[in-house]
Ligand binder design. Sequence first.
Ligand SMILES: NC(=O)c1ccc[n+]([C@@H]2O[C@H](COP(=O)([O-])OP(=O)(O)OC[C@H]3O[C@@H](n4cnc5c(N)ncnc54)[C@H](O)[C@@H]3O)[C@@H](O)[C@H]2O)c1
Ligand SMILES: [Fe+2]
Length: 371
Amino acid sequence: MKKWEMTPRVFTGEDCLNRLEKFNGQRVCLVCDPFLIGTDSLQRVLTHLEKDNQVTIFSEIVPDPPIEVVAAGVEKMQAHQPTILVAVGGGSAIDAAKAMYFTMLVTGYQAIKRFIAIPTTSGTGSEVTSASVVTDTQNKIKYPIFDQRLIPDEALLDAALVVSSPPKVTAYSGMDVLTHALEAMVAKNRSTYTDAIAEKAIHCVFKYLYQCYTQGTDLRARIKMHQASCLAGLAFDAAGLGINHAIAHQLGGQFKVPHGLANTMLLPHVIAFNAHDEYACGKYAAIAVKLGLGSPNLDKKILVIKLQKAIVQLAKKLDCPMSLKEYGIAESEALAKKTLIAQNAMNDSTYQFNPILASTADLEKIYQEII
Ligand SMILES: NC(=O)c1ccc[n+]([C@@H]2O[C@H](COP(=O)([O-])OP(=O)(O)OC[C@H]3O[C@@H](n4cnc5c(N)ncnc54)[C@H](O)[C@@H]3O)[C@@H](O)[C@H]2O)c1
Ligand SMILES: [Fe+2]
């Protein structure tokens, strides 16, 4: 038996922050991306929140939030005893809020009545997923935690908050959306429902991401990418991810490669590997046809190559380095981590949802392709 539900309520549009006005007489913990401090965007959030609520702000977030940041946030939460949790920012800020919330829950704190997520990147989809990715900096490992209690109650999608996102962040987080959707299309728990929304997300990325990258103030394109990000999040949370994310988490942990970029480098190679599976091959081929990359009469394997090429072409237009060397990691340093990265990827919780079994040697081979 499979279950399909969309747990978080999603509000979109320029007035969606009004949802925050329903809170009165609450203790609010606002976990806030540091880029927001002093901006009109944060002021807009605060204007909606500051009626007779007591608001405390935690903004000591860094990309790929380490355990220490989460611990500092938990300390602040323990002192403030919040009843409402609001996270506003990129995936790192939302994930940090989730990890703080998780820690509070497992230590017996039950007073948080509502958790609202407001993303400023498009994106991780963290505003609708049960995942939080935390970094153990000492051991250089990124750990995804999956727990249904981490799904926010509401996701507020105001694309105006994404407009300030610099081109690199736009490109990398946008390619993360594509990876979520493509992994979800073939992952072990895929279904017709997750396919439908993943397909739409893929279509939007190919249509609107380059426009967001070159014309960041184009609100129409930003809205489409923001919705695509949310859709891809919903898709992968139900369908699962796979070895693309399992290896990408290691690249983030070992070399601090931005998450979306790590996924981008790996994506064409993971598709080539997964296409050994007949079902996955058919799925990729069908996507290629839907994207107008070739006719359905073509051999499926040729269509898969066309999809791979289209991804590389998009990534190049977005100025994504496509290898660790291009990113600035010396070949010797990358090679030295090969076995460790493959072994750790096998232990990553996303690994198990890959459509086909990948051995350590397979993972090493894929990793070798991006050195
Ligand atoms: N929880 C999930 O479901 C999930 C899914 C995929 C990835 N992730 C994790 O999310 C993290 C990546 O998140 P991300 O790609 O959103 O990047 P990010 O949150 O790390 O942000 C990248 C940078 O952009 C800045 N920024 C964010 N929004 C901005 C804006 N509107 N204007 C200006 N600057 C802005 C941030 O301050 C930061 O410096 C990784 O740790 C990744 O592993 C989580
Ligand atoms: Fe991701």
